[in-house]
Design a protein around this ligand. Structure first.
Ligand SMILES: [Zn+2]
Ligand SMILES: [Zn+2]
Length: 206
């Protein structure tokens, strides 16, 4: 890949009206902030296909490239390793209304870098994730649920008081926070439950 040029010299192409050209050129892709994360092209550059047509008073252009994005999965924060296909079109007809002028055609120069940056931003999926069924992080302990045991769950939020020590009403309120079916597991893990009232009562009864 040759060194990317930020601008393509349209004047040097010397295209006549009605003429079309297809060019392959390396384009520098700037890192992109998206969803609180930063994504960049692996290697920094992409090889782009640029189709240009000279119209009577301007140009129409098409920019296509594929980019392997380096950056985190928005759910689990591991490397997402996603490839995005970009296919963008622009028309530039100076003298026409705003809809037919392109910000990337600057006289006899085409701002490839700016066009590629904006076209990539528009082509991004709603979320960048490592795989469609990524399970994300556990909201309680932060563990990556893709690597956790199936059914990973917590009996209660960390920092919650010992259930048995709370007045009954509070205990009931706490109980509603417990993941259904995990109350018994919570008691088994709870040292105060092991040495607490139930245990004592059983000894008392012997
Ligand atoms: Zn993920
Ligand atoms: Zn967890």
């Amino acid at each position: 890949m040759s060194h990317p040029q930020d601008h393509l010299d349209l004047g040097a192409l010397a295209m006549s009206s009605g003429e079309g050209r297809a060019l392959d050129a390396p384009v520098r892709l700037d890192p992109l902030a998206f969803g609180g994360q930063t994504y960049s092209a692996r290697g920094g550059d992409v090889q782009a296909r640029i189709d240009l047509s000279r119209t009577s008073s301007g140009y129409s252009g098409r920019l296509r490239f594929q980019v392997a994005l380096s950056g985190p999965c928005m759910r689990c924060l591991e490397e997402a390793d996603r490839t995005v296909a970009v296919d963008a079109r622009e028309i530039d007809q100076p003298g026409g209304d705003e809809e037919t002028t392109s910000p990337y055609f600057e006289g006899t120069a085409l701002d490839l870098r700016g066009w590629a940056r904006d076209a990539l931003a528009l082509a991004l999926p709603l979320q960048i994730i490592c795989r469609d069924d990524c399970l994300g992080l556990c909201p309680v302990c932060g563990q990556n649920l893709n690597h956790a045991e199936p059914g990973h769950a917590h009996a209660r939020a960390p920092g919650a008081g010992v259930v048995e020590d709370l007045p009954q009403e509070d205990a009931r309120a706490r109980g509603s926070l417990l993941v259904e079916g995990h109350q018994e597991a919570a008691r088994a893990l709870d040292p105060s439950a092991r040495h607490g009232r139930q245990h004592g009562e059983r000894h008392h009864g012997e």
